[in-house]
Design a protein around this ligand. Structure first.
Ligand SMILES: Cc1cc2nc3c(=O)[nH]c(=O)nc-3n(C[C@H](O)[C@H](O)[C@H](O)COP(=O)(O)OP(=O)(O)OC[C@H]3O[C@@H](n4cnc5c(N)ncnc54)[C@H](O)[C@@H]3O)c2cc1C
Length: 492
């Protein structure tokens, strides 16, 4: 044994034992008929990392559980391992390419840009939005979780259960939770002319939020173009306006939030944005960007239908793509995401998925497969996946779709589904409330929406989207015609 200790550090003992076991040599050290020992803080070593140990006996760290990704899902999964399942003793690693511990990502386009003073870490580490304390790096250390930051995994060998980081370090796992999230779609990847210029911003990670914040402050009184009419575009526009920047929004759809809002709902939000000086250019897309005198900084935004806008700053929010590259060819995919079953299991044994990156069956809609890029799903799927990994549940994941956004003084929430043929009834003038319901062809309430609801309103609408009762359409239409929000809510 002394010889072993001289060859490898204590933390590498487990890897070395596994290496010897692979070569059939461990009996020479531990005695005939004795299997390789379970080393404190790591999994039974024969189940992990065999091939990568052969490659490098002294540079592999092995864990029973690894979370690949350090975002919203990762933070909630880590908490579930610790608080629900009592995991400790360095059996779990969270591996993230970001330089900070998991945080509540939605804050980046809200209080991070708009609050005075702006919200900064550690205030919004996960799981503050789930009612927990901010999980700072100290929390991970105190609970015996290895938090490996600034560590980008570049290879994932599912057969040998080995992850390889950019710097060559290797990590073995017993069970893996993939929570790599999604990335903003970048216009330069689509080959758009001028899309590489300085001053064009995307918002996904904290480093990008820092850059946008600085640029926004420097642009007070100047002009920005926001490309995209979804929630990122709307939230960034609100942040720019609050910081004194004049904004033009450009998007191809006929109104904002076209994937969720009806024209009637959108009109209310657009009215408020217009009152704050926001200019909308709808029904067209950006063709190219250009600088001035070779400055390398964006100055002009050319639209497809001809006009050229001047811009001191551009923010692009045109959608996201799931980060699946590492696993393509190794795992079954569907609808651009990693396909999981109702128990969040991928097509490979001992590999699970959570959050933006997975395509999963929506149990309440007959197991229709869906990919959802919203934080409620990231949190809930992560916690459910951990329960499955720990053998604590045999129940399938049963998610009620839920989206929300906050801009200016406004705050909306949506639950449920918006089938193409659904009838929508809207009531209210945003003073402060606006309520909408989606009713399917069989007359059932399937989707509910509220602006500035009370907790009581929100609980009721959430419950309705879950239980899908038959709607009293005549009463709802009557209340809507009378602009009677309370009567409408009572009729539901
Ligand atoms: C600006 C912004 C505002 C948002 N606002 C809202 C909102 O108001 N409401 C709402 O419902 N949703 C909102 N969302 C969406 C929500 O934040 C996401 O759905 C959620 O963060 C998804 O969690 P996730 O863990 O799946 O992915 P992420 O939170 O994106 O985490 C993925 C993590 O994996 C890491 N990673 C990826 N690849 C690797 C690799 N190879 N090696 C190591 N690490 C890797 C990433 O660096 C990142 O840390 C917002 C998103 C953004 C960007």
């Amino acid at each position: 044994m002394l010889e072993v200790h001289r060859l490898v550090t204590r933390s590498h003992l487990s890897s070395f034992v596994c290496f010897l076991e692979k070569l059939g040599n461990h009996q020479r050290l531990f005695g005939k008929g004795v299997s390789a020992p379970k080393v404190k803080g790591s999994t039974r070593l024969s189940s992990v990392c065999k091939r990568c140990l052969v490659m490098s006996a002294t540079s592999v760290k092995s864990y029973e559980y690894v979370i690949l990704g350090g975002g919203n899902a990762a933070g909630y999964a880590a908490r579930q391992f610790v608080e629900k399942h009592g995991l400790s003793g360095h059996k779990l690693a969270v591996i993230s390419r970001e330089s900070v511990a998991p945080y509540e990502r939605p804050a980046l386009s809200k209080a991070y840009l708009t609050a005075n003073p702006p919200t900064r870490l550690p205030a919004f580490h996960t799981c503050v939005a789930g009612g927990g304390a901010p999980q700072t790096p100290d929390w991970y250390a105190k609970n015996g979780i290895d938090l490996l930051l600034s560590t980008e995994i570049v290879d994932c060998d599912l057969n040998s259960k080995c992850l390889t980081a950019k710097d060559g370090s290797k990590y073995g796992y017993g069970k893996l939770l993939i929570a790599t999230g999604s990335d903003a779609l970048h216009l330069d990847e689509l080959g758009m002319q001028g899309a590489h210029l300085g001053g064009i911003h995307y918002l996904r990670e904290i480093a990008e939020a820092d850059k946008l914040y600085e640029a926004m402050k420097a642009c007070a009184g100047k002009h920005a173009v926001v490309v995209g009419g979804g929630y990122i575009g709307l939230e960034c526009t609100a942040a720019l306006v609050i910081n004194g920047v004049r904004v033009t929004m450009v998007f191809p759809e006929p109104h904002v939030m076209a994937r969720l809002f009806t024209p009637e709902i959108a009109a209310h939000y657009e009215r408020i944005y217009a009152q704050k000086g926001v200019n909308f250019i709808k029904g067209t897309v950006v063709d190219s960007f250009a600088d001035e005198n070779g400055s390398g900084q964006v100055k002009y935004v050319r639209l497809k239908n001809g006009p050229v806008l001047e811009a001191d700053l551009v923010v692009v929010g045109v959608g996201a793509k799931p980060r699946t590259t590492l696993l393509e060819g190794a795992l079954a995919m569907e609808a651009r995401g990693i396909k999981v079953d109702g128990h969040l299991r991928t097509s490979h044994a001992d590999v699970f998925g959570a959050g933006d990156v997975i395509t999963f069956p929506l149990k309440m809609y007959g197991n229709r497969m869906a990919r959802v890029e919203h934080v409620g799903h990231a949190r809930q799927s992560a916690m459910h996946a951990v329960d499955v990994m720990m053998g604590a549940t045999t129940e399938p994941y049963d998610y009620l779709p839920f989206f929300y956004s906050r801009v200016f003084h406004l705050s909306w929430k949506f639950w449920g589904d918006t089938p193409a043929q659904a009838k929508t009834i809207v009531v209210g003038e945003m003073n402060p409330k606006l309520v909408a319901v989606w009713i399917d062809q069989d007359g059932h309430v399937v989707g509910t929406f509220i602006e500035s609801g009370t907790e009581h309103d929100e609980n009721k609408l959430k419950e309705l989207a879950r239980t899908r009762p038959k709607a009293n359409v005549a009463r709802l239409e009557e209340a809507a015609a009378a602009n009677d929000v309370d009567g409408f809510l009572n009729a539901l």
